[in-house]
Design a protein. Structure first.
Length: 167
């Protein structure tokens, strides 16, 4: 399929483009069928020179216009707007949000029956499953288990005397 697209020929940080008719399978800077114009984005106003009669000829032959060419000419479809970046939240703002949420929960909480005591943080920590309790002190327990294993290894293996073999 034929395309009308831009071919970059400028140097590093100094772009300059040729508008060419090319087979779409060719490289960006590969061979082209016909030179249709030039585009210099560095000049003010941007320098665009096109052979409009030849461009029309190639479009009638079935050539498709590339996005870059359409953008240069000003006929490109509008891009969808970018999503806004997420704002970085400072720790102070985070703490205030957490306190607001807890206050809202307290207001929404139903009244406790007279016979029951409200749960406090201390009681909630006592009600944690044993697995969670083990995770909290896992480093201490790991160290204790390691020291016990080392003690058992030292006791189980009697020192061997290489000269005392029973034959």
């Amino acid at each position: 399929m034929l395309k009308i697209r831009l071919m970059r020929i400028g140097t590093k940080k100094k772009p300059f483009y040729r508008v060419v008719a090319v087979d779409e399978r060719n490289k960006r800077t590969g061979g082209y069928i016909e030179l249709l114009g030039t585009y210099n984005p560095l000049t003010e106003p941007k320098d665009i020179k096109l052979k409009q009669d030849r461009i029309d000829y190639w479009i009638k032959q079935g050539a498709q216009m590339s996005d870059g060419y359409l953008r240069m000419v000003g006929k490109a479809p509008q891009r969808p707007p970018r999503k806004p970046k997420k704002e970085k939240v400072s720790k102070e703002a985070e703490v205030s949000k957490v306190s607001e949420v807890t206050e809202e929960k307290k207001e929404e909480a139903p009244a406790q029956p007279a016979g029951e005591e409200p749960k406090t943080e201390e009681k909630a920590s006592e009600e944690k499953p044993e697995e969670e309790k083990l995770e909290v002190g896992s480093e201490k327990m790991d160290n204790e288990v390691r020291s016990e294993n080392q003690d058992q290894e030292n006791q189980e293996i009697p020192p061997q005397n290489p000269t005392s073999h029973v034959t």
